[in-house]
Write a protein that binds this ligand. Sequence first.
Ligand SMILES: *Cc1c(COP(=O)(O)O)cnc(C)c1O
Length: 376
Amino acid sequence: MTWPPLRDELRGVEPYGAPQLDVPVQLNVNENPYGPSAACIADIATAVAEASASLNRYPDREFTELRTGLAAYLNTDGGNDLTADQVWAANGSNEVMLQLLQAFGGPGRVAVSFAPTYSMYPEYARDSMTGWIAGRRREDFSFDLDHARDLLAEHRPSVVLLPSPNNPTGTALPHDVIGTLATLCAEHDGVLVIDEAYAEFRRSGTPSALELLGEHRNLVVTRTMSKAFALAGARLGYLAASTELCDALRVVRLPYHLSAVTQATASAALRHAPELLGNVALLREERDRTVAWLREQGHQVADSDANFALFGTFADRHAVWQGLLDRGVLIRETGPEGWLRVSIGTPEEMSAFRGALTATLEAAPPTETMANEERA
Ligand SMILES: *Cc1c(COP(=O)(O)O)cnc(C)c1O
């Protein structure tokens, strides 16, 4: 036996995570580049100080104040009269989704997503001992409902996980796809999870799956404070679903999983929602400018409803990634072979990105874009 005595499927596995490198321009994990204002920082500090007075006690296990605040916020962005008992939260939406698989997946059950998709999903499946099946998207990253119908009929998944907007492509799902998938999942008592980590960045006219919650009791919509809310460091993710589904999650959550400090921080940040979200409009404009610029340079770019752009394709994408890093710009080597993903930062950061990419490609022309026919 090798030591330590890991489960077989965990042996030799690298822990998940993008490189955390100390470089001037960090555009690799889709963070919001704008930090909280002085007023928000002061309010969080006061709230945390108040919570600290009773840190000898366990926190509110039901985090009612926070759930009430989250429900009120969701009702301003697609939710229809959601109440606190239709909202659940944990330490990041990653934990929320792991809890979903702990509750609704498990041995003998299967979870499904459609690639390219978020690379953490198979890890939740592995960690909850749920079977994992990845279908595919079309070549242009749009959703192939016929393929999905066949796959769901064959595997009858307990959970289907789909990001919308998708990571790493930025593609949002239309309502009719979500509605049809929810109905197909319901046929075998499956739960459909729409991961809206990037929902606040969606282009106008792109709907939120929250609007469909009243029609499908097996629909779950997850959100996070890590991206648009500029609160990645606080670790707060949440979901909206029926009261029965939220109640079911209480069975698998650890006791007092949300610390009093986290609850106080998130509730205070929610009171500053308009200001924290105020930079979303800037980021969307910067995204659209970045996509347009990349296309002008002759690159392929996936349409994006998120705060990143997936572009390519490069015969040697690692060389391009390294070239950018050598020039102080960290992006992400992810997505299908040949593609790279850049998060949207401030105008200054994006200017640095454009300069670094231009210089990299001029310095090493052989890494220029692959011809389209080579990708097929
Ligand atoms: C960033 C991201 C999340 C958010 O994770 P947190 O744990 O809430 O920080 C969830 N889903 C996707 C697809 C993401 O890219």
